[in-house]
Design a protein around this ligand. Structure first.
Ligand code: DMJ
Length: 626
């Protein structure tokens, strides 16, 4: 650092050297150093200026600077004649942008709040219209032969005593629908006591008319055609998926896509198919994960996905990503777009490659790492419909999807070995596997498995059809006991088989009944396969209990304690009450010609989809099968 000492004091002129002076070389060196210093100063100032410009330019201008990279490639540089090229244009554009932004800001500040609000609304409408236009402009769906399965008839049971019961169930459906129509129309669900709309986070807190979509096919089957048309009109005019709502991929799939597809197949009305496809498109971004295992939730507008905060180690849930197959195969079948089929087949392949503890599928799978989360296996909540959809994928393919059948059989074998036990008094129950130990507790949700075992009996390996039908009957019996051992004759959310307790809830927060269908679903399947009158008798007991304890003047409500003779209401009429509970009851008191099981397969929300006779056909995209 000697250079500064050689420099003259600032502001002083350097005297001209005397001719021939010996100091000349030193003088020259001094001059060179001072020039360097000045040059350094100028350079320093220039760099500071550049930094300042970079950091203090307004945002829009900064982005334009980053755009340079692309523009450099896309637009030719300053030409050989040295004329100003895109960089100059860019500078003037930045300046113009800047000025325009300032001008707009000044104008905005002058406007009143009302004027601003109106402006925002106009802009929103414009965007909505543009999106609608885009949807309308979408190419029409290719025509495909729509299956015409039999069994969309009346299902009159013949016997007047049975018909009377069926009429009662139809009347309950009308009460549930009319109440929703009056107090909750367009909302997802109904608060029958508060007499207003209700929603939960599974629907993104948005008004998407979940009850309308979920109820359509039940209305149709029951011959409630005015109500059906009313629902259809609402869907045509109001059901819009271009909303900023974060929804559950699973719930929206089983209730909306399943509901719309079933309404389409039953009524032949194109609008339902079109809406199902529009919605499915919005769900596809949920599959953009490192593994292809979808997120639990997706924002319908932005396509951003994420998982439930409560799920083990950021995992996706088995019963959620494993309950898409039926609807997605139908979507590919109807549209010719292989994407849906490929997404669900990819999930299946990935699961097939994974090692399973004791042959069991844990409920949690991390979509980033492809590793299992907590080793918790359940045939109830978090696991249930994954097993159901393996069996139904086989049935829906007209029994050609043998890979699905084999996966189901293997899973059921492991479930029987590790989860199914008999209580001290001989009740068969399905417990839950938690980190190497069996919890002797069964959920109301698990009761659907009785019906599943019966449905899967035919076609089970090693001539075990009788065994599985028997297992279905035992589960139905246990679940009936869980109803029969309460004061209200309605089943609790979960019940134990421990410390001398059998089929009863222990904790206060497991004593509620929220109009769930699973026990009645199993009664119906058992009735179809055995025609044992006890299933109709049990179904009738449940009908009467629901009508007596859950009916209020504004609809139907869940109850908080089935062991209390004076229960309080939860004030929610769930959409699945109309989609499933009342539908299964109605089917239980109809003849078997109504939606016969060799032509129709019910999705997990009880929406019937026709069997696809794919024996001689290939689904677009099925060539990706490995
Ligand atoms: C329904 O939404 C479906 O049946 C789902 O598979 C789980 N359970 C609810 C009703 O209980």
């Amino acid at each position: 650092m000697t250079a500064p000492a050689l420099l003259p004091p600032s502001g002083r002129r350097i005297p001209a050297p005397a001719p021939g002076a010996a100091s000349f070389p030193h003088h020259r060196a001094t001059l060179r150093l001072s020039e360097k210093f000045i040059l350094l100063l100028i350079l320093g100032a220039f760099i500071t200026l550049c930094f300042g410009a970079f950091f203090f330019l307004p945002d829009g201008s900064k982005h334009k600077r980053f755009d340079l990279g692309l523009e450099d490639v896309l637009i030719p540089h300053v030409d050989g004649m040295g004329r100003a090229g895109p960089r100059c244009d860019l500078r003037s554009r930045i300046r113009a942008d800047h000025e325009r932004a300032l001008q707009e800001a000044r104008e905005k500040l002058r406007k009143s709040r009302e004027e601003l609000r109106a402006e925002i609304q106009t802009e929103k409408n414009r965007v909505a219209q543009r999106l609608r236009g885009r949807e309308a402009a979408a190419p029409p769906l290719p025509p495909v032969p729509v299956p015409r399965p039999g069994g969309v008839d009346d299902g009159d049971p013949g016997d007047p005593r049975v018909r009377e019961k069926r009429d009662k169930i139809r009347e309950m459906m009308k009460h549930a629908w009319d109440s929703y129509r009056q107090y909750g129309w367009g909302h997802n669900e109904l608060k029958p006591l508060a007499r207003k709309g209700h929603s939960t986070n599974i629907f993104g807190e948005c008004k998407m008319g979940a009850t309308i979509v979920d109820a359509l096919d039940t209305l149709f089957m029951m011959g409630l055609h005015d109500e059906f048309r009313d629902g259809q009109a609402w869907i045509e005019q109001n059901l819009d998926f271009s909303v900023n709502a974060e929804v559950s991929v699973f719930e929206v799939n089983i209730r909306f896509i399943g509901g719309l597809l079933a309404a389409y197949y039953l009524s032949g009305q194109e609008v339902f198919k079109a809406k199902a496809v529009q919605l499915a498109e919005k769900l596809l971004p949920a599959f953009n994960t490192p593994t292809g295992i979808p997120w639990a939730m997706v924002n319908l507008k932005s396509g951003v996905g994420r998982n439930w905060g409560w799920a083990s180690a950021g995992s996706s849930i088995l019963a959620e990503f494993g309950t898409l197959h039926m609807e997605f195969v139908h979507l590919t079948y109807l549209t010719g777009n292989p994407a849906y089929y490929q997404k669900v087949m990819h999930i299946r392949k990935l699961l097939a490659k994974m090692e399973r503890p004791n042959g069991l599928y844990p409920n949690y799978l991390n979509p980033r790492t492809g590793r299992w989360g907590q080793h918790h296996t359940s045939v109830g909540g978090l696991g249930d419909s994954f097993y159901e959809y393996l069996l139904k994928a086989w049935l829906m393919s007209d029994k050609t999807d043998t890979e699905a059948r084999k996966t189901y059989d293997d899973a059921v074998e492991a479930i029987e070995r590790h989860l199914i036990r008999k209580s001290n008094s001989g009740l068969t129950f399905i417990g839950e596997w938690k980190n190497g130990h069996l919890e002797r507790k069964m959920g109301h949700l698990t009761c659907f498995a009785g019906g599943m075992f019966a449905l899967g009996a035919d076609g089970s390996p090693g001539d075990k059809a009788g065994h599985y039908l028997q297992l279905g009957a035992e589960i139905a019996h246990t679940c009936h006991e869980s109803y029969d051992r309460t004061v209200l004759k309605l089943g609790p959310e979960a019940f134990k088989f421990d410390s001398g307790l059998e089929a009863v809830a222990v904790r206060q927060n497991e004593k509620y009944y929220i109009l769930r269908p699973e026990v009645i679903e199993t009664y119906w399947y058992m009735w179809r396969f055995t025609h044992d009158p006890k299933y109709r008798q049990w179904g009738w007991e449940a009908t009467q209990a629901i009508d007596r304890y859950c009916r209020v003047s504004g609809g139907f409500s869940g109850v908080k304690d089935v062991y209390s003779s004076n229960p309080t209401y939860d004030d929610v009429q769930q959409s699945f009450f109309l989609a499933e509970t009342l539908k299964y009851l109605y089917l239980l008191f109809s003849s078997d010609d109504l939606l016969p099981l060799d032509s129709w397969v019910f999705n997990t929300e009880a929406h019937p989809l026709p069997v696809l006779h794919l024996g001689n056909a290939t689904l677009p995209g099925s060539e990706s099968r490995r």
